[in-house]
Design a protein around this ligand. Structure first.
Ligand code: UD1
Length: 367
């Protein structure tokens, strides 16, 4: 069977890569890799493709940046042309970015059996563009692959028939395991003059944190305070770099000694994370990766669509006011042997392929 796999933005690539490798190795599937081009900078895209040993995409839609409607609309128009010319047996979309929802709507309207990997996550915060993408995608698709029991419960509560849902686990762990030797060999922290266990990693990019200059200034102040206690390295997302610059805050971080670096490739970034004492972030995926690695994660958000990273993991929700205290608490805690959530084990891609095979067989038996 021919499978369209949609990759769009940085957080998608580590979800698509394990699946692409597993489908390529399967005799009964042919993956077709489609990059919408939502992220296009070399260090947001190409470097990560290389790290994850993904080939050049079969199709590159070259969408680029724009308003939400522009970006979503351009992906729909461009993907529709590809889907009509190269009708796949399955379409798989991952995560919660604009391209995810755009391709889900396009594919399902063309009657292409469509799967969402990382279905069922809910922050219940409709001010988050990703929450709207998650809701829209899950209501449309035919098959929902979930990472955790909370996701199954969310879908059941929304009336999604259980036979459409398969809990496959968390595919991000597969990406980590595929790259583990390279990650452990990288020592990106050492190259920045930081000792293992003696620094923190920061990432910020959510509109709710970086678009309002007053909120961004509060966060910068909190990071400057933390830097006095724990040296910080901050790979800066392009959106955040622009906002820091226009708010005149870049210099304040630099003057405090925060190491501002370009967005890191996957292997370099995970090498930084594996050696960190703690991570400070507003990312979704990093809450999961730190949980897997048992590294404290201070999550700069009011809510999370990944509550299992709090109940069973290492994440805690913080704000500019509570960050410093929460970091002290986290650093003082003995590094307990933590339980990883069920099915976060590096074998999710294999479960996805098995489920797809079963569903392909059931569909052809049904005629
Ligand atoms: C997108 C996703 C978000 C994900 C994030 C990871 C949506 C709604 N949001 O948000 O869920 O967590 O990616 O990074 O889909 N830019 C560049 N180079 C790039 C990409 C973007 O310079 O390669 C610039 C854009 O021009 C824009 C800003 O960065 O000014 C934001 O990019 P965009 O992809 O629109 O949204 P993200 O904030 O990255």
């Amino acid at each position: 069977a021919r499978v369209h796999l949609i990759a769009a933005a940085r957080p998608n690539f580590m979800k698509v890569a394990p699946l692409w490798h597993a489908l390529s190795a399967a005799p009964d599937f042919t993956p077709v890799l489609i990059h919408t081009g939502q992220h296009y900078d070399a260090n947001m895209s190409d470097a990560i493709f290389a790290d994850l040993r993904l080939p050049a995409p079969d199709h590159h839609l070259g969408i680029g940046s724009g308003s939400h409607a522009e970006q979503t609309g351009r992906v729909m128009i461009a993907y529709e042309a590809v889907a009509l010319a190269d009708r796949p047996d399955w379409l798989i979309v991952v995560g919660d970015v604009n391209s995810t929802a755009a391709c889900a709507l396009t594919g399902t309207k063309l009657g292409i059996p469509t799967v969402h990997l990382e279905a069922g996550l809910r922050s219940r915060d409709r001010a988050m563009p990703e929450e709207l993408n998650r809701l829209m995608t899950d209501v449309l698709v035919d098959v929902l692959w979930t990472p955790s029991p909370d996701a199954d419960a969310n879908l059941a509560a929304e009336g999604i028939p259980p036979e459409r849902v398969t809990r496959v686990g968390n595919i991000m762990m597969d990406a980590f395991e595929l790259s583990r030797p390279a990650i452990l060999a990288a020592d990106h922290a050492g190259a920045l003059g930081l000792a293992a266990g003696g620094y923190g990693v920061v990432t910020l990019h959510r509109p709710s944190n970086v678009d309002d200059p007053a909120q961004l200034a509060r966060l910068v102040q909190a990071l400057v305070a933390v830097q006095a206690r724990l040296p910080l390295v901050f790979p800066v997302h392009p959106r955040t770099a622009a906002r820091l610059e226009s708010a005149g805050l870049t210099a304040r971080l630099e003057a405090a000694g925060v190491r501002l670096v370009a967005p890191a490739s996957y292997v370099r970034f995970m090498s930084l994370v594996t050696g960190a004492a703690a991570v400070i972030t507003d990312s979704g995926g990093i809450q999961e990766e730190t949980t897997y690695l048992g590294i404290p994660c201070l999550t700069l958000r009011d809510n999370t669509e990944r509550p299992i990273t709090i109940s069973e993991g290492t994440s805690r929700l913080v704000n500019a006011t509570t960050l410093e205290g929460a970091l002290e608490t986290a650093l003082a805690e003995p590094k307990a042997a933590r339980r990883r959530p069920d099915l976060w084990d590096g074998h999710t891609a294999a479960r996805c392929v098995a489920d797809l095979r079963e569903r392909t067989a059931a569909a052809s038996a049904a005629g």
